[in-house]
Design a binder for this molecule. Structure first.
Ligand code: OGA
Ligand code: MN
Length: 201
């Protein structure tokens, strides 16, 4: 795990730019434990085709091709615990420096089969402003540029592609940054996480 100094740098970048990419956020050992956990759950049928939206607006999606599984905070596997603890440390560091009021974390595994992606979107639901900061931690070993599968951030000065290499953590403001997942030639695994504030009543 990175030191608090590293976390302060992340907070400054988020404040200045609204996004940041952190290489090697978790150790290679933690990343492979998470990848193995994700793959085992998928083999056991625990991952399900993703939907978009909430409640009545919820629909199986043509926009995205991934299978997902939400983390249960009360029943984290040892691998998930490594992720959860690092993200809580990051949340506290961000709150100390940014006053974003990040209170909770929600997260799910995502597995994109080859050839699938996620069309351009923002991460806030139409009916909720609870999601403040989006994160994606990648779980893929030895990702090469010609494997595709970039996270494309649509920034004011143009698109910025992030390779989904194991250990990389992408962070961006949920309300502001449009983004998409480009199709890959191989299976692409990640953990999507959102830091949330209390919803306005
Ligand atoms: C999402 C998302 C990006 C990625 O799950 O909302 O945009 O790189 N994921 O997996
Ligand atoms: Mn998204």
């Amino acid at each position: 795990m990175r030191t608090d100094d590293g976390f302060d740098g992340i907070a400054d970048a988020v404040r200045e730019h609204g996004w940041q990419v952190v290489p090697a956020f978790l150790s290679p050992a933690a990343v492979s434990a998470l990848a193995a956990d994700c793959r085992a759950r998928d083999a056991a049928g625990e991952l399900a085709a993703a939907a978009t939206g909430r409640a009545q607006g919820r629909a199986l999606s043509e926009l995205r091709g991934d299978r997902t599984r939400w983390f249960d905070e009360t029943a984290l596997s040892p691998a998930q615990r490594l992720y959860w603890d690092a993200m809580q440390a990051l949340r506290q560091a961000l709150n100390r420096r940014l006053l974003l009021g990040l209170e909770t974390l929600e997260a799910h595994y995502a597995l994109y089969p080859p050839g699938t992606g996620y069309a351009r979107h923002r991460d806030r639901f139409r009916d909720s402003d609870a999601r403040v900061l989006s994160s994606v931690l990648y779980l893929n070993r030895d990702w090469r540029p010609d494997d595709g599968g970039a996270l494309r951030l649509h920034l004011p000065d143009g698109p910025h592609d992030v390779a989904p290499l194991g250990g990389t953590l992408a962070l961006f403001l949920s309300a502001d940054v449009e983004h998409e997942v480009l199709p890959a030639t191989r299976e692409r695994m990640s953990i999507a996480g959102w830091f949330r504030r209390r919803e306005a009543a």
